[in-house]
Write a protein of this length. Structure first.
Lengths: 317, 312
């Protein structure tokens, strides 16, 4: 390390009345490295959280996979953990999870795309600045409140249109969830669209394109990876959402893709089991963690794909 | 195709194309606005449904001062809102130093290498881990591993970990917005790194960090899933010991080890009952819970837009 001339050193020029004492500098260096160490520990804590999650999921479900073969776990279509003749086919829970998340996406993709195009290509800046905070309020509503609303208001409302709809069903929660993740999907895709350089848009206008054509043929294709990331991350949220489905989709494991039926998702199953007081060593307790692993792997996959897609569109421009 | 259009385009034809384009644009804008209206009317429907549903209980002062009860008309939320406040104290006490510290480290100290890259990917992945998984972490590690029990401490801890990514990300954004000149000026005066961060960067980024923290805490207040898995009891007919006492040392920490319930769990409990009378209580609890989170979010949103205008 090159040494500074004494007049430039933090200690001040020799003989200057402002020259810091050696002990002050030593104390300061000590504090500095102590603080740096604390900050490093704080940053590392986030890694320990991830390690902790993986550790807990693996160790607590080890006993489960010692008794149930992975093949049965993935192919059986019944999930009856507390029955005499217990079945552990996780696809039962996955089917409901996929159905609900699929409905949520079916609502969220067209709505989110339309909203993002409107906000990024049509709306004036003042409109955008007012609309985005309002949308954020939608995101701030506690999910248990959405659960109440879905069970006691939205489902009865849907039942007047769809006669065969059960009191607990996957359609209502899926639709409400679609609107719930709308602020997120819309704002992430809007960010992607606004990152498209205005030169591309202007080239489109110079060719005589209308705003609509510029949006559909220039902006959306250019922002495609960012928009895809938005919906993949939205999907991950819908898969992991708990309270809405635990309240309004029922807690009965049911291998079904029929949205008018009720069925327990992975998250709803975890809630249901956690509410009963399960003995620590029971297979039912361990099955909660086995279901947790499946949920974690699904969301982790979506999150990583989304992360790299978003990073890519940031790099391109 | 465009060429064909151009060569054929006589004047009236051109205005026809322009008119058609204007129409499509109007339709597109209309679709965007109607999506917006649908989303906002859903929010309005939620709010109105809850207020109408919970009105009789909301207007009754006993509701705020009574403990839960088997009789729906006597049941109240005192243990729930006290529990929520105490759990939030723990959450804030853990999440703010950890999150701000991690954000400062990543933005000011970390070298650009694979370790930093790894921590970054890790933080953004943690932000996407479903909240119920944090509940499993608490159940497996804090309760069965560390033996912390089903206490306020455990709940506060798990909610703190849950909102950690929110605070880290917003701290980083706030710090990134501070111009380099400020740091250089501090170094020029002879400050070392930690002095620069503590005396100049953090105070300048204060309001941005505050916004992110409020958003994070507002999220934690409404979360039920991670706390349900640790088996938070819903029938709590007593209050935890008070954190303040009349005799020295005036503060005690027994409340950390007390069983508890919180607002969203109390609401979930009442929603899940078949009797409609309990649904009234659930709606009233929901109104109070929404007021708490919307107020916090409102403050954060106002802060953010107010600040942004100031910076411009």
């Amino acid at each position: 390390m090159p040494t500074l001339p004494s007049s430039l050193s933090p200690a001040g020029p020799a003989g200057s009345p402002f020259r810091a004492s050696k002990s002050f500098l030593r104390r300061r260096a000590l504090w500095g490295s102590f603080a740096g160490g604390c900050l490093l520990i704080a940053a590392a804590s986030s890694v320990f959280v991830t390690l902790g999650i993986v550790y807990v999921l693996v160790t607590e479900s080890m006993g489960f996979f010692a008794q149930i073969s992975l093949l049965d776990f993935l192919t059986d279509t019944q999930w009856t953990p507390v029955f005499e003749n217990a079945h552990f086919g996780v696809m039962t829970l996955v089917s409901a999870t996929v159905t609900v998340a699929g409905i949520a996406l079916a609502v969220s993709i067209p709505a989110g795309l339309a909203l993002a195009i409107y906000l990024s290509e049509y709306a004036r800046r003042e409109v955008r600045e007012t609309v985005k905070p309002c949308l954020e309020l939608l995101e701030g509503v506690p999910t248990v409140v959405y659960g109440y609303f879905t069970l006691l208001f939205f489902t009865p409302l849907l039942q007047t249109f769809i006669p065969g709809l059960e009191g607990f069903n996957m359609l209502g929660p899926g639709m409400v969830m679609g609107i719930m993740i709308l602020p997120y999907t819309a704002s992430v895709s809007e960010d992607a669209m606004r990152a498209v350089p205005s030169g591309l848009r202007e080239a489109g206008y110079a060719l005589g394109y209308s705003r609509f054509r510029v949006a559909m043929r220039v902006v959306v294709p250019a922002a495609f990876s960012g928009i895809t990331a938005a919906f993949i991350l939205g999907m991950s949220r819908a898969v992991g959402e708990t309270m809405v489905v635990a309240i309004a989709a029922g807690q009965n494991p049911n291998f079904s893709f029929n949205p008018t039926e009720g069925a327990a998702t992975i998250t709803a199953y975890i809630v249901q089991m956690a509410m009963g007081d399960l003995p620590h060593d029971s297979i039912a307790y361990q099955s909660v963690f086995a279901a947790g692993i499946v949920l974690f792997v699904i969301t982790l996959t979506f999150n990583l794909i989304g992360f790299f897609l978003r990073r890519r569109f940031k790099e391109v421009y | 195709m465009l060429n064909a259009e151009m060569s054929q385009a006589t004047l009236p034809n051109l205005t026809g194309i322009v008119d058609a384009n204007r129409r499509t644009d109007l339709v597109m804008a209309g679709i965007g606005i109607s999506v917006l209206i649908i989303a906002m009317s859903l929010l309005a429907a939620v709010v109105i449904d809850l207020i109408v549903g919970g009105w009789p209980r909301l207007m009754n002062p006993d509701f705020y001062l009574n403990f839960p009860s088997r009789h729906p008309l006597k049941a109240g939320i005192v243990s729930a809102w006290v529990g929520t406040i105490l759990v939030m104290l723990v959450t804030a006490g853990i999440a703010i130093p950890l999150g701000v510290g991690a954000g400062v480290y990543l933005e000011e100290y970390a070298a650009r290498n694979w370790i930093t890259d790894f921590i970054e990917i890790n933080v953004s992945n943690l932000a996407g881990v479903p909240s119920i998984i944090y509940g499993l972490l608490a159940l497996g590690l804090f309760i069965h591993g560390f033996g912390l029990g089903e206490t306020i401490l455990t709940a506060g801890l798990v909610l703190a970990l849950l909102i950690l990514p929110v605070i880290i990300v917003s701290t980083r954004e706030a710090i990134r917005g501070i111009p380099l000149d400020l740091r250089e000026a501090a170094y020029g005066l002879g400050a070392d790194k930690w002095q620069t961060v503590r005396l100049y960067v953090l105070p300048a980024a204060r309001s941005g960090i505050l916004t992110g923290t409020i958003v994070g805490l507002a999220r934690a207040i409404g979360e039920a899933a991670p706390v349900i898995t640790i088996g938070a009891l819903t029938f709590i007919a007593f209050l935890p010991p008070s954190p303040l006492q009349a005799s020295p040392p005036f503060i005690n920490f027994e409340w950390l080890e007390s069983p508890f319930t919180i607002m969203p769990i109390q609401m979930f409990n009442w929603v899940s009952r078949p009797q409609a009378e309990f649904h009234i209580n659930a709606a009233a609890t929901g109104v109070i819970l929404m007021l708490m989170t919307l107020a916090m979010n409102g403050i954060a949103i106002w802060l953010r837009y107010h600040l942004r205008r100031q910076i411009r």
